[in-house]
Design a protein around this ligand. Structure first.
Ligand SMILES: Nc1nc(=O)c2c([nH]1)NC[C@@H]1CN(c3ccc(C(=O)N[C@@H](CCC(=O)O)C(=O)O)cc3)C=[N+]21
Length: 290
């Protein structure tokens, strides 16, 4: 029997209302929340995210600006461009699409970014907060989107066996920490894992964030498991697809999120919520400094 589809749209609708109210409140104080995306080159997954972000920001009244930089930019020019955006008092949220071209050093930027404006958690300050379980900073949007989705659909995590496939700093690692905070028993899998099918089969919840199309197949999923597909891959036809073989796995899973239409859209909502929170915090800091 096919399981429930965890649709991003329902989660997004629930988050949108509060966000819209908060933006209206900020605007009544004369503050227009502004998100600034920095994109180096034009990778298809970056463009998909940008498209989604633009739609979401516009729908709640946040302005989105994009700086596109050439793929062969020097580290020095990159840092100069970044500093200007970071220091701009009219910018509340900043996100730099990752991974960067190998010639650019992300660490230097991560150390510079104002942690309040760091809406997708690249600053060591915000990373430390996620790992210590302090909710005062911004967590990586995609990891938080998985948590929002599981929470919205009432998926219990306490004491549950959760397998995370993928160990990136934007999804796998922070997601594991957020799941631990909810008292899940977390197993991390990656490219060197010996028995990935076994680690997935023993899981009550699977979060697939490996970045390989169709790698989670029906034989790897237990009857009644919950599967969150975090993969954003582009197939041969240029279409977006996840890490999970949806038709096969949906026959066994109790609940499963699709791609597109699942976690990706929630990611942009979390991003928008972070921009709103950043604008609120910066306004308070401004008021205190007067
Ligand atoms: N620092 C950083 N953090 C990221 O989280 C990050 C990144 N860099 N680089 C690029 C990838 C890709 N990514 C997507 C997120 C949402 C959609 C999204 O909204 N997808 C819609 C479809 C959008 C469309 O096709 O128009 C959906 O799945 O329904 C897509 C892609 C985040 N990434």
């Amino acid at each position: 029997m096919a399981g429930m589809t965890m649709k991003g749209a329902e989660v997004i609708a629930a988050m949108k209302e509060k966000m819209f109210r908060d933006v209206t409140e900020l605007k009544s104080q004369g503050i227009e929340p502004v998100m600034h995306i920095i994109r180096v080159g034009a990778r298809p997954d970056d463009l998909a995210y940008e498209r989604g972000a633009r739609k979401r920001m516009e729908s709640v009244g946040i302005r989105l600006d994009v700086t596109e930089l050439p793929e062969d930019i020097s580290q020095q020019d990159f840092v100069t461009a970044f500093r200007r955006i970071n220091d701009d008092p009219d910018v509340h949220g900043i996100m730099l699409f990752r991974p960067l071209p190998p010639a650019l050093d992300e660490e230097e930027i991560a150390g510079m970014i104002n942690p309040v404006k760091d809406v997708d958690c690249m600053s060591p300050v915000n990373i430390a907060r996620v790992f210590s379980g302090d909710s005062g900073g911004h967590a990586p949007c995609t990891a938080e989107a998985v948590m929002e989705m599981l929470d919205f659909y009432g998926i219990e995590l306490s004491g549950k066996r959760v397998t995370v496939v993928g160990r990136s700093m934007v999804v796998g690692k922070p997601l594991a920490m957020m799941l631990l905070k909810k008292n899940a028993t977390v197993t991390m899998c990656h490219t060197r894992t010996k028995d990935l099918p076994g680690a997935c089969r023993q899981a009550e919840v699977i979060a697939a964030a490996a970045g390989r199309a169709g790698m989670i197949t029906a034989d790897m999923v237990s009857e009644g498991a919950v599967v969150a597909d975090v993969g954003i891959n582009v197939n041969e036809e240029g279409k977006l697809c996840g890490d999970v073989d949806f038709p096969g796995v949906s026959e066994k899973a109790a609940a499963i999120s699709p791609v597109p239409g699942g976690v990706g859209g929630v990611t942009t909502s979390v991003l928008a919520a972070h921009v709103v929170r950043a604008a609120q915090i910066l306004a308070k800091q401004d008021a205190a400094a007067q």
